[in-house]
Design a protein around this ligand. Structure first.
Ligand code: HEC
Ligand code: HEC
Ligand code: HEC
Ligand code: HEC
Length: 207
């Protein structure tokens, strides 16, 4: 739904309520798997389980985790190839190496295809995880004037924790900085907030 198409305040409010009550739900998103044969008709279960979740992974995770090696955005060998845990959860379906139906201990056979399979080469994707430290460390000369201060990054697109090889928690851009897997906001592409006028991008980049 494009809010900008509504002109009166009344319809704006109505559209907002509508997004909150109806479209802003997982059932109205690509993550409603019920109609796909591989899901067993369940929404939550391919990702979460109330019992017997995979040990050592947050969020009662039920989907087999990816163990792929990645080429990070800046190219082979240019960065420590590691992601924050939230991005790893996404990549367990979206890097195309683990079957969608590999959940609840079963070994699946149905893989993501097409554009929604991002693959394991992130050179053509926005930097995520260790490749997207915020601010970069060491901080390059071009930082000031190019990026907002970390404290000014909007809470609607939060930076996420990533624990580096020395056990230090750093702030990085994550898949869940821009996306919300339950479609709470009802925005296109399950974004966390509106990207009208590239608002998401301008929250970090000074352009
Ligand atoms: C496609 C995968 C996927 C599906 C389907 C899914 N979730 Fe999630 N869920 C996630 C991920 C990934 C996180 C971790 C996000 C984070 O920590 O920021 C999460 C986190 C959560 C959390 C804790 C944090 C939060 O954002 O509220 C709850 C509660 C939750 N999910 C409930 C559910 C329920 C209930 C369903 C089914 C109606 C469901 N999820 C369906 C992927 C999914
Ligand atoms: C259980 C597997 C699974 C997990 C885990 C998962 N996804 Fe998905 N995702 C899918 C499938 C399946 C589709 C639909 C693909 C299609 O329709 O071709 C999808 C679609 C999407 C889309 C496209 C939405 C649109 O409207 O175009 C986005 C964005 C997305 N996922 C982001 C995420 C993010 C971010 C995470 C982690 C927070 C995540 N996914 C975790 C399986 C998953
Ligand atoms: C900086 C913000 C940002 C980050 C980080 C980000 N995305 Fe996206 N993503 C977007 C936007 C914006 C779109 C919509 C692009 C469009 O409509 O052309 C999108 C689209 C998608 C799509 C749909 C692609 C398609 O062609 O249908 C998927 C799947 C997806 N993202 C998954 C992910 C996953 C998984 C991650 C983490 C590895 C991630 N995204 C990280 C902003 C982001
Ligand atoms: C949460 C903060 C954040 C958001 C939101 C964000 N970016 Fe970024 N962006 C970064 C960081 C961090 C880097 C990597 C800086 C570095 O270390 O080189 C980056 C890098 C980039 C680059 C440079 C890539 C290269 O190869 O040099 C482009 C272009 C870019 N972002 C575009 C976008 C667009 C378009 C959006 C909106 C869809 C967006 N960004 C949203 C933080 C963000």
């Amino acid at each position: 739904m494009q809010f900008k198409k509504f002109t009166t305040l009344g319809s704006l409010v109505a559209a907002g309520l509508c997004a909150a009550l109806a479209s802003g739900q997982i059932v109205n998103s690509d993550h409603n798997f019920t109609s796909q044969g591989w899901s067993g008709g369940e929404i939550c279960k391919p990702c979460h389980t109330p019992h017997h979740a995979i040990a050592g992974i947050p969020r009662l995770w039920n989907h087999e985790l990816t163990t792929a090696n990645y080429t990070m955005h800046e190219g082979p060998g240019t960065a420590e190839a590691d992601f924050d845990y939230r991005s790893r959860l996404c990549l367990s379906c979206h890097d195309g190496t683990v079957a969608l139906d590999s959940f609840g201990g079963q070994s699946g056979v149905t893989f993501l295809t097409g554009d929604k399979n991002l693959g394991t080469d992130f050179e053509d994707d926005h930097p995520v995880g260790s490749d997207a430290l915020y601010p970069p460390d060491p901080q390059p000369t071009w930082w000031a004037g190019a990026f907002h201060d970390p404290a000014d990054v909007p809470s609607s697109t939060p930076l996420r924790d990533w624990v580096d090889g020395n056990g230090v928690t750093q702030q990085v851009v994550s898949c869940t900085t821009c996306h919300e897997p339950h479609n709470r906001g009802g925005w296109d592409s399950m974004l966390r907030t509106s990207n009208a006028g590239s608002a998401i991008c301008l929250g970090c980049h000074i352009k």
